[in-house]
Each structure stands twice: as C-alpha cells, then as structure tokens.
Design a protein around this ligand. Structure first.
Ligand code: NAD
Length: 335
C-alpha cells in the first residue's frame, strides 16, 4: 500500500521504516503538514499517516477521498483534529494508536513538575554562567502536598501513582472512575473540590467540547492561591489568556506546559531564526515560573517504537480486512 506520511520528522522516518521493513508498503515521507492545500501530496496513496497538528477536517478529507485515500492512520492517541463525521460520510476509515507509552507522558509530567518546582531550568543557566547564587530558586517539598489529577485514564493513572510515591496526597476527577486508581488509594472528588484542594493540578483528559477551556478564569478563582498547573494533555484544555492573568496576579504560582492551544503554528519546527508573532506565547516565555516543552512528552525510544509498530499493524489489518486494528469512528465514540 502507498502511504504518505505527513509532518514527517527524521525520527518518524527512522522508526516507521524499521516497523515496515519486510512489508510491501511504500512509505513516502513529506515534511508538510496535512491540510486542504497539501492533501494533493497524497496523490495515488491509499493511506495518509498523520500527527497531532495535521488538519484533517471535512475540506481535507473531501480532497483525500477524491484522490482515493481510504485510511487516515493517526500516529498518536488523540483524534480531536479529525472530523470523524466527515470521514464516515466519505467512507474513509480512521485509525489511531490508543496506547504507546503512557509511562513516557506520565514521566515527562513528573519531570516538568520537578524541574519547575526546583527551578532546574534556571539553575542550569546560572551555573553555566558562573552564578552560584541560590536566591530565587526556592522550591517546595512534594511530600505532603495534594496533587489533583484531572482524567485518570492510562496516563493520569500512572502520573497519580508516581506522585503518590513522592508522598503526595493524590485526589482525582474523572467522568469514569478507574478502579486501579481507587485501589492505589487515590480518592475521587468533584472537579470543584479538586480545584479547591490541590497544590498541583495536572491535566490528563482529552480535548473535547466538555474539556475545552476547562481551566479558565472561573476555575482558577476556585484554586489555591499560587497553585501549580501542569498540562501535558491538549493545549486548549487551558484558556491561556486566563492563566496568563493568573500568573500576573500570583493566583497561578507555577505553570508547566507541554502543549499549547495555538501550538500548530509553533511546535515541531526550528523557529530560532524567526520572530514569534504569537504575543500570548511570547509573554508566557517571560515568566520565571513558567516551563514549556514543545509537545515532547511522548518522545521516548519505547513510545516511538510502539507508535510505528501499531501504525503499521493498523495499516496491515486495514489492507487485509478493511478495518484497522484500532479504529476510531463516530459510532465507537457513541458507545
Ligand atoms: P485515556 O483515554 O486513557 O484517558 C483520558 C481520561 O480522561 C479518561 O479516563 C476519561 O474518562 C477522562 N475524561 C474524559 N472527559 C473528561 C472530563 N470532562 N473530565 C475529566 N476527565 C475526563 O487517555 P490517555 O492515553 O491517558 O491520554 C490523555 C490525554 O493525553 C490524551 O487525550 C492526549 O490528549 C494527551 N496526550 C499527550 C501526549 C503528549 O505528548 N503531550 C501524548 C499522548 C497523549
């Protein structure tokens, strides 16, 4: 099968070529992101392989359908960038990688919390400049603090257990309770109670209409003064402007982000020679108590291997049976 891999980075090529070795698939890697204008690059392909910021809306899917594309293989878990109804209307199957390494994302969450709290990012720069002063680097013990996990699926459950291992009291909110979390001593509370009690609020829910801008001015007003907010889920779960106001007033004491609601114009590219014209993002970068990584929580050898293997397994299954191994569709969402 001819597969056009959009938004392809060198590591995508390396891991996907290894996973497809020995198969009859023909992989074509393009650096461009997929959208209605670039869909033409999928000419003569039966499958497009896409990532988090590719725009798989109705206009794109219509172009893909016209060219004979029958499968959109997401090499990620989230599928908020795909118009599933349009895919169904056009007879295009959609596959995803439901779990590739929840450990990778949960461990990155902990890395952000530790680095931000203990000012590792600032200490690194100071020491390199011969500045060994400690003023401004005071952190807090995680032990004894309350961590609130929003979304206790695969990633949130692991993040919760890791925080419990640091001696945090872990509380959680989810629309479906996870028995493994209960067994680990994690107590479920309402969202408002979590906001009111947590010293650290860590977001692990998907981006849906219900979670869009879940962290807004009203939510921040319910939180402890100086709360630490951590987002490794999807950018638009946070209303960035509201958090910016919270940072200015001190209501938000620390902010760690691996995702950002306007990240599609920024992340995954080297823009170091360009002017960043996103003023909200630029303002975020000015705070000493904000730590941002560019959507790299998934980036481990184990996760990339699993992503590539599952993506090729989805494509193999679709070729043999007409159904990918891990389909995602409007019908399944309604289940
Ligand atoms: P998952 O589906 O296993 O868990 C998501 C959990 O969120 C579920 O338990 C679900 O019930 C819960 N949820 C849904 N709506 C909710 C709501 N309104 N309020 C509270 N909880 C709600 O997903 P996962 O594999 O744990 O991934 C979580 C999210 O992390 C993904 O949706 C994705 O957006 C993000 N992610 C980010 C990266 C990264 O590199 N930064 C990598 C993988 C996944």
């Amino acid at each position: 099968m001819k597969i056009v891999v959009f938004s392809a980075k060198p590591y995508d090529r390396r891991f996907l070529e290894k996973a497809a070795a020995g198969s009859a698939h023909r992989l074509v890697f393009v650096e461009a992101g997929l959208n209605a204008d670039t869909a033409v690059l999928a000419d003569a392909a039966a499958c497009v392989c896409v990532f988090v910021n590719d725009v798989v809306d109705r206009a794109t899917l219509e172009k893909l359908a016209e060219m004979g594309v029958r499968l959109v293989a997401l090499r990620c878990a989230g599928f908020n960038n795909v118009d599933l109804q349009a895919a169904r209307d056009l007879g295009i199957a959609v596959a995803r990688v439901p779990a590739y390494s929840p450990h990778a994302v949960a461990e990155h969450t902990i890395a952000l919390i530790l680095a931000l709290n203990r000012n590792i990012h600032r200490a690194f720069n100071r020491v390199r400049e011969g500045n060994f002063a400690l003023d401004g680097l005071i952190g807090f013990d995680l032990h004894g603090k309350t961590a609130g996990i929003v979304g206790t699926g695969q990633i949130g459950a692991i993040a919760g257990r890791l925080l419990a291992a640091f001696g945090c009291t872990v509380i959680a909110h989810d629309v479906h309770e996870n028995p493994d979390c209960r067994a680990a001593g994690i107590a479920y509370v309402s969202r408002d109670e979590l906001f009111a009690r947590a010293d650290i609020v860590s977001l692990h829910c998907p981006l849906t209409p219900q979670t869009h801008h879940m962290i807004d001015a009203a939510a921040i007003a319910k939180m402890k003064h100086g709360v630490m907010i951590v987002n490794t889920s999807r950018g638009a779960v946070i209303d960035t402007r509201a958090v910016l106001d919270g940072l200015k007033s001190g209501a938000v004491g620390h902010l760690a982000l691996d995702v950002y609601e306007e990240e599609s114009d920024l992340f995954f590219e080297d823009l170091s020679n360009k002017i960043i014209d996103d003023d909200v993002f630029a303002r975020l970068l000015t705070f000493p108590n904000v730590l941002i990584t560019g959507h790299q929580a998934f980036l481990t050898n184990e996760a990339l291997t699993n992503i590539a293997d599952t993506t090729i397994a989805n494509i193999d299954a679709f070729e043999k049976t007409g159904e990918p191994r891990h389909p995602v569709s409007v019908e399944r969402l309604a289940d």
